[in-house]
Design a protein around this ligand. Structure first.
Ligand SMILES: [Zn+2]
Ligand SMILES: [Zn+2]
Ligand SMILES: [Zn+2]
Length: 274
């Protein structure tokens, strides 16, 4: 399994349009980018690839990184930065199966699969496949599970991708607070590679109207506001899940410039062989 990080940024990306902060300037100077979230997974045995989330930066990502167009896609939740790139399927794909959860979200009155189907109804190339949370399904020769995480107020899912031949596993937390339900933690545990939401350092919580929550023993917040993990929370989660290797993703430009490009914060284009 080959995993390419196409988009490692948050909703605005880094550099952020119109932003002249030290972190965005440093990114421009270094020629690095954190575009909106997307991960490309290739199964070399079947020569197929799966796209996890459809970034609004889809076109730029596929022009910039040496990866084939996907044979299938998966959508973790309906926020703009994970879904709205699906419009790029128009005239690019003959057929694109899109996998999503079938659980009805009380906030929207429909499941992620239903929202994808409704919003992209005009694209007859897009075919939505519904899956129950935690159900194991096979796509591109890989075993995949969508596991519930905590991203209020919307339903959102982490992803477990396992090669049934080699046992290699990649886990993605998805957009989530530190409060991932126990059953999902168990499914996400022991991966060869963990991609964990770490939108900001814990020190940024003082700037959020809700502050932070899910404090560790030293009073450090693991969750920024209510929706995302802090860097410290993501690293605690990686330890709890016993990940062999961890990259922090969904990273905002609010990291101080002298920390923003330190390991294990990911940038676009990183590639891993599992
Ligand atoms: Zn900036
Ligand atoms: Zn989100
Ligand atoms: Zn997001």
């Amino acid at each position: 399994m080959q995993v390419t990080l196409l988009g490692t940024g948050d909703t605005t990306g880094t550099p952020t349009a119109g932003c002249d902060c030290a972190t965005c300037r440093r990114a421009r100077d270094r020629g690095v980018e954190r575009s909106r979230f997307s991960v490309h997974v290739t199964n070399e045995r079947t020569d197929e690839s799966l796209l996890v989330d459809c970034s609004p930066d889809f076109r730029h990502q596929f022009l910039t990184h040496d990866v084939p167009l996907p044979d299938a896609a998966l959508v973790t939740h309906i926020h703009f930065d994970h879904l709205d790139g699906l419009g790029n399927a128009y005239r690019v794909f003959d057929d694109l199966p899109v996998h999503a959860a079938n659980e009805v979200d009380p906030v929207t009155g429909e499941s992620v699969a239903d929202t994808v189907r409704r919003k992209y109804d005009y694209l007859d190339r897009v075919r939505v496949h519904d899956h129950a949370p935690a159900e194991r399904f096979r796509v591109c020769g890989l075993d995949v599970r969508l596991v519930p995480v905590d991203h209020p107020p919307l339903l959102c899912y982490g992803v477990v991708i396992e090669d049934p031949e080699t046992g290699a596993t990649c886990s993605l937390t998805g957009d989530t607070s530190y409060a991932i339900p126990e059953a999902s933690r168990s499914a996400l545990s022991d991966p060869d590679l963990l991609l964990a939401d770490a939108i900001v350092p814990a020190s940024s919580c003082e700037h959020h109207p809700l502050g932070g929550t899910h404090y560790d023993a030293d009073g450090v917040p693991r969750t920024f506001g209510s929706k995302h993990m802090t860097r410290e929370g993501a690293l605690d989660m990686a330890a709890a899940l016993d990940a062999d290797r961890t990259r922090l993703v969904h990273v905002a430009h609010f990291y101080p410039a002298d920390e923003a490009f330190d390991d294990p914060l990911a940038v676009d284009g990183e590639r891993y062989e599992l």
